[in-house]
Design a protein around this ligand. Sequence first.
Ligand code: CTP
Length: 458
Amino acid sequence: MTAIPTDPTANPAAEPGRLAGRLIAVGVTGSIAAYKAADLVRRLRDEGADVVVLMTSSAIRFVGEMTFAALTRHPVESDVGGLLPDQRIGHIVVADSADAIVVAPATAHWLAAMAAGLSGDSVTATCLATTAPVIVAPAMDGDMYAHPATQANRTRLRDDFGYTIVEPDAGPLASGQSGRGRLAETGEIVDAVVAAIGASPIRASDPAARPPLVDEPREADLEGRHVVVSAGGTAEPIDPVRFITNRSSGRMGVALADAALARGARVTLVAGHVSVPLPQGPAVQVVHAARTSDLGEAVRAAMRDADVLVMAAAVADFRPRAIADRKLNRDAGLTLELEPTEDILAAIGADVAALPSGARRPYLVGFAAETGSLDRAADKLRRKGVDLLVANDVAEEGSGFGTDTNHVWILSADGDQVDLPLRSKRAVADEIFDRVVRALDDRDVAAQTDRVTQEKQA
Ligand code: CTP
């Protein structure tokens, strides 16, 4: 992560913390002064604000989105139709949660688009969609700013829309000429933001209502590895409208897939029924599987070249012995005869154990959903033939189905056991992959040593 530079001498007049707890959106448009927005972002953060940046496509020609994402830890909103990973509309989330929007630098083109209400870029669209105060700091050539068209647009923004205009300074301009068009001093823009917000209550103090944070970059320690994750619950049909399933939401499996992707893996996510958004992108393939037999088939197909399997799916253990082909009539009552489904993980564990020595073995991780006691976990680890078993008591508060957190024990085949106190499912996922990565790296070293020994003997 790029460290956010803090220079307490940068603005000695500023009282620190005037924007504590606030979310400020900075709209950057395509002026040569766009680079100055990085300093504005830094100063707003120094005042305690959480900052998110909106950019027009022409602004991106002057400063890359990465710069602002690194400074703010939020993805930059530059696509007016863009969706967040959880399917919310990015610029609407900003419009609804920001305490103020400050457009700096604002070009003549942007002033005209805003005055006309043209929502073709994410900065204008967000301003149109918000009830938060808007502060505009124009920057352009002096004659452009003096032009009656620009002046009329600026006046409309101020008088009709109620926006605060931070007037540009006079001085040398990028064109080599001199005039009134230089972006105002950063401190003056920050002061205008503070004044525009005044004592109004914080609009969205819950981080979940704000734009998401950029993942902390991790070392790409799963790069070149294929990780298969199963997630969610399977469902077994009784008749064409009814089925037997369980309470799995898929959160743990999706957190595992996200964590593996962030660490550079290629991921196959085999998803039963889930109630959370699934990851998207070129490195992930999502395969949907409704029944246990579908999930088994999809996992086996993905295992052909897999390095790791993490079976986080809550697989239905029983299925009706017969499936009615017509909807069952309630008057007749119902007695269901159930039979066990295939234990997918145990079958894959047995296949892996039967591989000839020297063959490339995938690393297997199982989950154990228990209620009350975890005594059976060590036995489950052996029975399933896995390298790692992650056990939790699904009856415990904050753990198990439908929660964002989990309290787990990680048992490994070499006898190691750790009790991880309650933490987010994503943090649990990273703890699991820390162990997986160590084991895969050890295996690679061992395989390499074996090869060298064999070559020497030959
Ligand atoms: N699992 C599987 N196939 C099944 C049932 C479970 O592959 N038919 C996998 C799960 O995905 C999990 C592990 O086996 O990784 C343990 O699941 P769990 O439900 O805790 O154990 P069960 O095998 O169902 O044993 P029990 O019902 O006795 O707890």
